[in-house]
Ligand binder design. Structure first.
Ligand SMILES: [Zn+2]
Length: 82
């Protein structure tokens, strides 16, 4: 049985989850299951990295761009998308 204080927190959490602009991601590491291989995407204060070959040459790839779409508004965009 949840006490009323916790119920209030749950309601607040649901409201916060709709307000993504409150959230800025500083760092994360994610495993991305690509079509051929798994890749590790990392993000550190605006700096993206991915273990795939394409990223090594271009500084951007489908995995970082995909993560960027998922986390829209909570991460800084990777550079080249202009
Ligand atoms: Zn990649």
């Amino acid at each position: 049985m949840m006490d009323s204080g916790l119920i209030g927190k749950v309601e607040k959490a649901k409201r916060y989850a709709e307000e993504k602009d409150r959230i800025t991601i500083n760092t994360f590491e994610a495993k991305f299951r690509g079509e051929n291989n798994d890749h590790i995407v990392t993000y550190d204060h605006g700096k993206w990295n991915c273990t795939c070959n394409y990223f090594q040459g271009r500084g951007v790839c489908a995995h970082t761009m995909g993560m960027e779409i998922v986390l829209e508004g909570m991460v800084e965009p990777s550079e080249q998308l202009v």
